[in-house]
Write a new protein. Structure first.
Length: 413
């Protein structure tokens, strides 16, 4: 079964095409056939690129919207040497959707699903609007291909109320869905599955794990019995740890203070909190950890402070997770920073030897792109670098949804 997974930005489109066995499972018989995307959608000229097997392809052409971007991808995939004979071979297009509020989990894209995403557009302004537009366009132009939304919030549906609810009036929760929803669900699910396969838990069960998805957007997730029981992100992807250019957790009453002092409106200040804050705002230069580490090494106090605040927030959630889980068996580092920054990983676990957490400096510093352990021989807690594969998780979820629907139709017939 071939599943195309789409990852959308406001002006970008990335995809991966997978061949999966028709029955479930998390490994074996899975193959990535191609990957590619389109940059600068809507501009006079867009870069359309792909890698099919080991063959790179690239072209420049006008791509006015995401539907045309998908059509361009299909054209590459069905062209000479491509893995598809026609678009009819694609069983579904899966989307790593972010926030559906009243709709979560893995669902077929319908008008009601799109309406639910629109209801949450104000708390996911960088994600929901482009996804809704693209899904509508793709549904109109490729009606024969099932569209599947795998919501980031789905993995966190198992979080108990004590970790999911804010101390707000119950009416806010019941009528306005104000709660800690959590995001990066596909990545945390992947890390949980891999740690479950790599690290033995107590009495043969699943390990008590903490997944650290660290990148341009970051979050920490506490995992017990393979399920999320707590996470750092809350009502919106703007919350939790400091992000590349988003503030993370922030006292809303500070907005009133700054608004009164400056005469600026709340919407203006919210834009600054969600686009000019985070690591970039603190450092005054860049939100990219590579730039910050270089600047800090050259003596930049602001860059070092930004790194310190980021690490301290991760450690805060790491410590809280150990208490919630009643101990810890494994830590997984994923995402662009988690996979590629030895300095960040070392700083996060520094001085935690009394808790049974000890990193091996040589293993941690070694360069690599593969899954690998980096804990010291004396560490009671396993520490792994897990190159995440969110797209593969979405492909599996789309495959499983189609299989369930097919079985239901068979029984109904």
């Amino acid at each position: 079964m071939k599943i195309l997974v789409a990852n959308l930005g406001s002006t970008s489109f990335k995809y991966r095409l997978f061949e999966l066995p028709e029955t479930g499972g998390t490994a074996g018989g899975e193959q990535e056939l191609a990957r590619g995307g389109v940059e600068r959608i809507g501009a006079a000229e867009s870069r359309v690129y792909a890698k099919i097997g080991s063959t790179p392809l690239e072209a420049v052409r006008p791509v006015p919207d995401h539907a045309v971007a998908l059509a361009a991808a299909i054209e590459q995939l069905t062209g000479a040497g491509g893995p598809l004979k026609s678009v009819a071979e694609v069983a579904a297009v899966g989307f790593k959707a972010v926030h559906g509020g009243r709709v979560s989990g893995v669902v077929r894209v319908t008008p009601d699903v799109l309406a639910a995403m629109e209801e949450m557009a104000l708390v996911a302004p960088a994600h929901n609007p482009p996804y809704v537009r693209a899904m509508r366009l793709l549904g109109e132009r490729l009606p024969q291909v099932p569209l599947v939304a795998a919501f980031e919030t789905g993995f966190h549906a198992t979080i108990p109320e004590r970790n999911a609810l804010y101390a707000v009036p119950t009416e806010w929760v019941e009528k306005h869905r104000v709660r800690r929803w959590g995001f990066h669900g596909a990545s945390h699910r992947f890390v949980s599955q891999r740690l479950g396969a790599l690290v033995p838990g107590r009495n043969g069960g699943s390990p008590r794990s903490i997944s650290c998805h660290l990148g341009g957007s970051s979050s920490v997730c506490w995992i017990k019995d393979g399920k999320s029981v707590g996470t750092s992100m809350g009502m919106s992807p703007q919350s939790g740890l400091p992000q590349n250019n988003r503030a993370g957790d922030f006292d809303p009453f500070a907005l009133i203070h700054v608004a009164k002092a400056t005469g600026r409106g709340f919407e203006d200040l919210l834009v600054e909190l969600s686009s000019q804050s985070g690591l970039a705002g603190m450092s005054g230069t860049s939100g990219d950890m590579r730039d910050l580490e270089e600047a800090a090494a050259a003596g930049s106090r602001r860059a070092q402070t930004a790194i310190d605040v980021y690490v301290a927030s991760i450690r805060h959630w790491l410590g809280a997770g150990i208490v919630e889980l009643g101990g810890l068996d494994a830590i997984g580092f994923a995402g662009g920073i988690g996979e590629n920054s030895p300095l960040t990983r070392a700083a996060v676990v520094n001085g935690l030897e009394d808790l049974g957490i000890a990193i091996d400096p040589a293993k941690n510093a070694a360069q690599g792109t593969d899954e690998r352990s980096i804990h010291a021989p004396t560490s009671r807690v396993a520490i792994w670098v897990i190159p995440t594969n969110e797209e593969l998780v979405v492909a599996r979820q789309a495959r499983d949804l189609l299989a369930t629907a097919s079985q239901a139709e068979g029984k109904g017939g």
